[in-house]
Design a binder for this molecule. Structure first.
Ligand code: GLU
Length: 425
C-alpha cells in the first residue's frame, strides 16, 4: 500500500521536461556539445500563460488556463500544435515544445519548436463553448503567433475545426488574411492535401524502414497499435495496406485483439458510426491496454498518450520494434530496459515527424498561393521521412547508441551550428 502510494506520488511529480533533458544531456555528452549550447537548449525562449474567462452554455463563467511555449527559434519560426486536455500544464507544454525543436531539426525543416495547450476536457464541452474558448485563446496569443514567428497546428483534442476558428480569429485581429499562420486547416481554407493522414503515414514509412534494417519482412509481420485517433487510425490503416497484420487496436474506451488480424476498414467504419469510440467493436476480443502493449507481435505502435511504456511494463514487451506515434510514450527510465532487451525503438521525435513535415508543406503552399496534389505531397513526405530515418540510423550507428539518442544527436548537429552562427550570447 505504502509502495503504491509512493509510486503514485512519484508519477504525479515526474517531470516530462526532465525526461526531455535526460535524453538531451545523454546525446549532448556523446556528441560532445559545448556546455553553453546545451545550456541554451535547456531553457525555453518564451513561455506565456493566460487566463481565459468563457461564458458556458448554462450561463456560468469558467476560467481556463492557456499556455504557449516557444522553446527555440534558432532554425526558424517556432512550430508546434495546440493540445486540449485536462493534464495540460506548464511542464508538459515545455516538454512538448522542446520535442518540437528536436523533431523539426530531425525532419530538416526551417523551424524551431513551440507548443501550446488549454487545460480543458473537450469531450465534455459543446461546440459553441469550444469555439469561444479557441477564439479567446487566439486573441490572447495573437502577439505570439505569426506566419514568420510562431505557427500552431492541431495536437491531442484539436483538429481542423479548431484551426479554422483560430485562423479566422487571428485574421480578424490582424485585419488581413494570413493562411500560413496555422497549419492543419480544412483544405477549403488553405489546408494541404495529405495533412490529416500525414503523422500516420510517417509512422508507416518509419516502420517499413526500420523493418528493413532489422530484417523483418513486413508481409509476414504482425503489429499492435495503441490509439485510434488521428495518428493511430491512419497508422493502422496504412500499415495494414502494406500487408502487416494488425492484431490489436485500442482507444481511450477499449482495446481489442484478433489473432487472425483486425479488419481495420471495418474498425474505421464502426468508429465513424459509433460516436468516434471503439467500445462495442465486435471484430476482436476485448483485452486490457497493458495486454495490448505486451501482446505477442513484431511491431508495437504507441500512438495515444505519453508515459505508457514505463519501467513497470517495459520488461514484458514482446515486440522487436517500437515505433512511437505519440509524443513521449516511453518514460526515460524505460529506455535502458528496452535497449537491454534488444528492442529497436524508433523515437517519437523521428517517427511522428510526418505531421509537422506536411504542416511545413502546407505553409509553403500558403506562401506560394499554389497547391499540390495529394500524390505530390505524399511523395515529398515519403522522401523527407526516409532521409530523416537514414540520418538518425547513421548517427545511432556512428555513436554506437540507441536510435533515440542517435535521433537527438541528428538534431543537435544542426542546432549546434545554428546557435553558433547566430551567436548573440
Ligand atoms: N502536433 C503535431 C506534433 O506533435 C503536429 C505539429 C505541427 O504540425 O506543427 O508533431
Amino acid at each position: 500500500m505504502a509502495t503504491t502510494a509512493k509510486k503514485a506520488e512519484e508519477v504525479a511529480h515526474a517531470s516530462m521536461f526532465d525526461a526531455v533533458l535526460a535524453r538531451l544531456d545523454k546525446a549532448a555528452e556523446l556528441f560532445g556539445l559545448a556546455p553553453e549550447v546545451a545550456e541554451i537548449l535547456r531553457h525555453p525562449k518564451r513561455e506565456v500563460k493566460v487566463s481565459l474567462p468563457i461564458k458556458m452554455d448554462d450561463g456560468s463563467v469558467k476560467v481556463f488556463e492557456g499556455y504557449r511555449t516557444v522553446h527555440s527559434t534558432h532554425l526558424g519560426p517556432s512550430k508546434g500544435g495546440i493540445r486540449y486536455a485536462m493534464d495540460v500544464n506548464d511542464d508538459e507544454v515545455r516538454a512538448l515544445a522542446a520535442w518540437m525543436t528536436v523533431k523539426c531539426a530531425i525532419a530538416n525543416l526551417p523551424y524551431g519548436g513551440g507548443k501550446g495547450g488549454i487545460k480543458c476536457d473537450p469531450r465534455k464541452m459543446s461546440v459553441g463553448e469550444l469555439e469561444r474558448l479557441t477564439r479567446a485563446y487566439t486573441r490572447a496569443m495573437s502577439d505570439v503567433f505569426g506566419v514568420n514567428k510562431d505557427i500552431p497546428a492541431p495536437d491531442m483534442g484539436t483538429g481542423k475545426r479548431e484551426m479554422a476558428w483560430l485562423l479566422d480569429e487571428y485574421n480578424r485581429v490582424q485585419g488581413e488574411d494570413s493562411p500560413g499562420v496555422t497549419t492543419g486547416k480544412p483544405i477549403t481554407l488553405g489546408g494541404s492535401k495529405g495533412r490529416e493522414a500525414a503523422t500516420g503515414r510517417g509512422v508507416m514509412v518509419a516502420s517499413l524502414a526500420a523493418m528493413k534494417k532489422i530484417g523483418l519482412n513486413h508481409k509476414t509481420a504482425t503489429a499492435a497499435v495503441q490509439g485510434f485517433g488521428n495518428v493511430g487510425s491512419h497508422a493502422a490503416r496504412l500499415l495494414a495496406s502494406k500487408n502487416i497484420t494488425i492484431k490489436a487496436i485500442s482507444d481511450h474506451t477499449a482495446a481489442y485483439y484478433n489473432e487472425k488480424g483486425i479488419d481495420i476498414e471495418a474498425a474505421l467504419k464502426f468508429v465513424a458510426s459509433n460516436g468516434n469510440v471503439l467500445k462495442g467493436f465486435t471484430g476482436g476480443q476485448e483485452i486490457s491496454n497493458n495486454e495490448l502493449l505486451t501482446a505477442n507481435v513484431d511491431l508495437l505502435v504507441p500512438a495515444a498518450i505519453q508515459g505508457v511504456i514505463t519501467s513497470a511494463n517495459a520488461g514484458d514487451i514482446k515486440a522487436k520494434l517500437i515505433v512511437e506515434g505519440a509524443n513521449g510514450p516511453t518514460e526515460a527510465d524505460a529506455d535502458q530496459i528496452l535497449n537491454d532487451k534488444g528492442i529497436v525503438v524508433v523515437p517519437d521525435v523521428l517517427a511522428n515527424g510526418g505531421g509537422v513535415t506536411v504542416s511545413y508543406f502546407e505553409w509553403v503552399q500558403n506562401r506560394m498561393g499554389h497547391y499540390w496534389t495529394e500524390d505530390e505531397v505524399n511523395a515529398k513526405h515519403d522522401a523527407s521521412m526516409a532521409q530523416a530515418f537514414e540520418n538518425c540510423w547513421f548517427n545511432s550507428q556512428q555513436y554506437k547508441t540507441s536510435m533515440r539518442i542517435g535521433a537527438y544527436i541528428t538534431a543537435l548537429k544542426k542546432l549546434d551550428k545554428a546557435i553558433r552562427y547566430k551567436g548573440n550570447y
